[in-house]
Structures are given as structure tokens and as C-alpha cells.
Design a protein. Sequence first.
Length: 85
Amino acid sequence: MQTLALQLTTTLVDDAIELVTGFGRGILSLAMAPIERIARACDVAGVLEQRRADRRAPRPAATSGGRCKSRNCRWSPFRGLSELT
């Protein structure tokens, strides 16, 4: 019985985390939409699309293990703007 209760609890917590994450991404995409449109309009040479393609390409595992840079950090509100520099 304890394992069933534990499994239900962890499932509920995981689902709640995913729900909050989904809402956060939705709100962030709505807030960043005007900036994205301006960035795409200013990108004459196609640099943004090339950087996005490079970022999606598979890479070897990072061995740095240190802290993330401020713009590339997972929780940074400016992480989407890192490709503009």
C-alpha cells in the first residue's frame, strides 16, 4: 500500500510541475512574441535560423560541470535572446 500511495503522490507532483512549466512557457512565448517578430524582421542574412539549427544539432555531452552563463542558463528570462548577440 505504501508504494501505491507513494506512486500516486509522485505522479501528482510530476503532473503539477509539468502543468506549471507549460503555463510558464505559454506566458513567456506570449510576452516574447513581439521581440521575436522584430528579431526576425531585422535578420537579413539568416543568422538567427542558422544559430537555431546549430543549437538543435546533437552535441557531445558537456563536461564543464560548472555553473551556466547568465544568458544561457535554463532559468534565465533572457535565454531566448542569447542568439541575438
